[in-house]
Design a binder for this molecule. Structure first.
Ligand code: PEP
Length: 247
């Protein structure tokens, strides 16, 4: 199980440090669950110092596809590793919706993440209109095919997929466990076709979209749900820890 907290554009440096401490104290020993926090870029170093020597890992919310250059406002993979990151969220629906992120861009970033030893958490998911039109699998299948083209994780712990139905993100509306399982099983089949059964079985497929302490256990109890990408509920240490305990 992998449970990652996406803090989005919340917390200044002091608040991030305090939340990281709260997460560490609340999570305690997570057992078999890998727990990761993804603060804003400016807080990565402060959070890295706060979680050093604890079981909580560090991730970023995005990165650029090149090492360095004239890309004002961007942050590269070597910068993230130097700040202590092991994980990076790529292709989050908010990046796609507000910043023009494409599957092709995500694909380039995945290659770059792997080249620098980062574990990409690749987000896919359909909108409500696409689901209502019966196109959820078609959309997610296309996102997977295009963004994972050429991906070579090497081992299953070097890639995670997050299924995040856009209609469930930050809305309070969660996919039912059956809906989540159905899509996760579909994703696993696609991963199997690309990476073979051994890797596909072991890759983490996370569910994201209004996961809370009250619904985490049922979602994580589904055969193909291997953890969660948590937005709002990751901003409270105790709630996030309760979700991680459900893993
Ligand atoms: C997310 O941003 O990845 C997310 C799942 O948000 P929330 O848990 O708030 O729906």
């Amino acid at each position: 199980m992998l449970v990652a907290g996406n803090w989005k554009m919340h917390t200044d440096i002091d608040a991030a440090r305090a939340l990281a401490r709260d997460v560490v104290d609340s999570v305690g020993d997570p057992g078999d669950v890998t727990v990761v926090v993804c603060p804003p870029f400016v807080s990565l170093s402060a959070v890295a110092a706060e979680i050093a020597g604890t079981p909580v890992g560090l991730g970023a919310q995005n990165m650029h596809a090149q090492d360095a250059g004239a890309f004002t406002g961007e942050v590269s993979a070597p910068m993230l590793t130097s700040a202590g990151c092991r994980y990076v969220i790529l292709g989050h629906s908010e990046r796609r919706q507000f910043f023009g992120e494409t599957d092709e861009g995500v694909c380039a970033k995945i290659g770059q993440a792997h080249a620098h030893g980062l574990v990409p958490i690749v987000c896919v998911g359909e909108t409500l209109e696409e689901r209502k039109a019966g196109k959820a699998e078609e959309v997610v299948g296309r996102q997977l095919a295009h963004s994972l083209r050429g991906a070579a994780p090497g081992s299953p712990d070097r890639l995670a997929i997050a299924y995040e139905p856009v209609w469930a993100i930050g809305t309070g509306e969660t996919a039912t466990p059956d809906q989540a399982q159905e899509m996760h099983a579909f994703i696993r089949v696609r991963l199997n076709e690309q990476f073979g059964p051994q890797t596909a079985r072991a890759l983490h497929i996370l569910y994201g979209g209004s996961v809370k302490p009250g619904n985490a256990a049922e979602l994580f109890g589904q055969t193909d749900v291997d953890g969660g990408l948590i937005g709002g509920a990751s901003l409270k240490g105790e709630d996030f820890a309760a979700i991680a305990r459900a893993g």
